[in-house]
Design a protein around this ligand. Sequence first.
Ligand SMILES: Nc1ncnc2c1ncn2[C@@H]1O[C@H](COP(=O)(O)OP(=O)(O)OP(=O)(O)O)[C@@H](O)[C@H]1O
Ligand SMILES: [Mg+2]
Length: 254
Amino acid sequence: MNVKAVSYIRAIEEGWSRPLLFRCDDGNQYVVKLLNNPQGIKVLPNEMIAFRLGRLLHLPVGECAIVHVSGELITQSPALRDMQVKAGPHLGSVYRETVKVLQNADDLTGCCNLDKAAGMIAFDHWIQNWDRADNIGNILVSKEDDNKKIVMIDHANAFTGSWTLDSLKENRTNRSVYWGKIYELFIPHISDKRLFKSALRQIQSLSKAELWTAMSGLPRKWSVSHTEQRKLVKYLEYRKVAAGEALKDLRKKF
Ligand SMILES: Nc1ncnc2c1ncn2[C@@H]1O[C@H](COP(=O)(O)OP(=O)(O)OP(=O)(O)O)[C@@H](O)[C@H]1O
Ligand SMILES: [Mg+2]
């Protein structure tokens, strides 16, 4: 999805990528990671591709969109000019107003979608997102519509982060297990280990064509060549096996 930024609201005072909050022409506010963010350009395609893959798996991923910031808006906003924001297609995550980040076990009380937790952990191992197991900032607890839910955000470090063709090849069979205080919070909520098996089955049943849909329409300025897309699809195919091996070890913790 593409939206246009209509006004700048404020800086989000958290995160290595120094995201900014904008109101956009679909009426939503977006937490926007910029083309020239300090974590690097790969953050943008990583977020979008991971969001689309997560959605294919029916995981509670926060909605992402390509956010176009115009030169005109930058001219009108001294703050954007000071931060040297560039006009162009940036990456936005729909801002969830009534949320907190997941920090402790109490935050999960009453969440209605904890059946997705095994899927989330399997997903992170498939796409090699090492940045959720221990990082308190990367799961939001949303309280919209009277329903309390976990929402997965921040896939900047998917595919290990700043990947290259060489690193994709190197990592496609990597079986590393990610673990930390955030995954630990889910131990009481994943009582049936078969949930990992069914999450893995879902990942493994994604077709190559479906993986390609996650690559479609990425802005040229995000600098992901057709070859890189092809190699990323190949990497994801390989990792269907590697994720299974990692999960065999990880299941012992539950
Ligand atoms: N969609 C959203 N709705 C509400 N708050 C958000 C949203 N996206 C991000 N945030 C807030 O902004 C913070 C930084 O966002 P995010 O984790 O995506 O960026 P980051 O720079 O990659 O962070 P990190 O320091 O984990 O690498 C989050 O921890 C969260 O507090
Ligand atoms: Mg984060």
